[in-house]
Design a protein around this ligand. Structure first.
Ligand SMILES: C[S@@+](CC[C@H](N)C(=O)[O-])C[C@H]1O[C@@H](n2cnc3c(N)ncnc32)[C@H](O)[C@@H]1O
Length: 283
């Protein structure tokens, strides 16, 4: 299943809670990169651009860059309506002179910018290592149509690291990530009139080294059947729904992927432990 379905209103709140967990290093690490390097990032990326943020979520990250980037206009794109509207409203309050747009859409099936955007060069901002939710082929297909000469891309990429750090980031002791994963079943119950019994599924997160990706699954703990939209689905004990992949890259590996989509690496920023990278590309 595509991870995009995690993000209903509750799913977005659960994701925000994940970002505060001690095990979930990506958000803290990326925030620290902005705290340390925002002026340089803005200098290299260029000011006065149209700033388009993909999967903008609660908008906390772009708020670290805004004063440095001084964009001509800002467009937040997210599939999760409530979080998108509250984040863009907050930005508008803080920067009343800025043109702020909220585009609630699924950018994996093509992204359409508001027609009235200024004709300035664009800076795409795609933080959170969410690009890792796509297979490398899908990631190339997503990034390729954005690569127009003069445009730039500032993207967060989670780096390959030891299994234990990765697996505990996706399977925390408090069980918040488990709740985030199980909310998918609750959402199907709410929106598709399914009858999943959440107590009969368990959260599983494993790093597949060969594929360089974390996989999240929901595993049926018993033999059972579930009704969804008047169809019946049977699960054997141990059978799993694969709900998310999160690919991990080296900087060089991701730069090679981006090159296939028409993007050239211009600058990299990584933390001391080389856990996470913020990469600037030029089309
Ligand atoms: C992992 S969260 C990252 C949020 C924020 N950018 C950050 O770095 O903390 C992914 C965000 O992308 C949004 N999203 C996921 N798939 C999407 C899609 N296909 N189209 C639009 N938004 C999507 C989710 O609603 C969520 O807000």
């Amino acid at each position: 299943m595509s991870p995009k379905w995690f993000y209903d209103a509750l799913g977005s709140k659960l994701f925000d809670a994940i970002c505060d967990l001690p095990e979930y290093y990506p958000t803290r690490t990326e925030m620290k990169l902005f705290a340390d390097h925002a002026p340089e990032m803005a200098r290299r990326a260029g000011t006065g651009r149209v700033l388009i943020e993909l999967g903008s979520g609660n908008g906390e990250k772009v708020r670290r860059l805004m004063a440095h980037l001084r964009p001509r206009a800002y467009v937040g794109v997210d599939i999760s309506k409530e979080v998108l509207h509250s984040a863009t409203a907050k930005l508008k309050d803080e920067y009343p002179q800025l043109s702020v747009y909220a585009v609630c859409s699924d950018f994996s099936s093509g992204f359409r910018a508001p027609a009235e955007l200024p004709a300035a060069a664009r800076l795409y901002f795609y933080p959170g290592s969410s690009i890792g939710n796509f297979t490398p082929e899908q990631a190339v297909a997503l990034l390729k149509p954005l690569a127009r000469p003069g445009d730039a891309l500032l993207i967060g990429v989670d780096l390959i690291k030891d299994r234990q750090t990765l697996e505990s980031a996706y399977d925390d002791a408090l069980g918040v990530t488990a709740a985030f994963n199980l909310n998918l079943l609750a959402r199907m119950n709410r929106e598709l009139r399914a009858d999943f019994d959440l107590s009969r599924f368990r959260h599983v997160a494993r790093f597949d080294e060969g594929l360089s990706r974390i996989e999240m699954h929901l595993e049926s703990t018993t033999e059972q059947s579930v009704c969804l939209d008047e169809r019946k689905f049977s699960f054997a004990a141990g059978e799993r729904l694969h709900t998310e992949s999160s690919y991990k890259y080296s900087v060089e590996g991701f730069a090679a992927l981006a090159a296939r989509a028409g993007w050239t690496l211009a600058q990299r920023w990584t933390d001391e432990r080389r856990r996470f990278a913020e990469l600037l590309f030029e089309a």
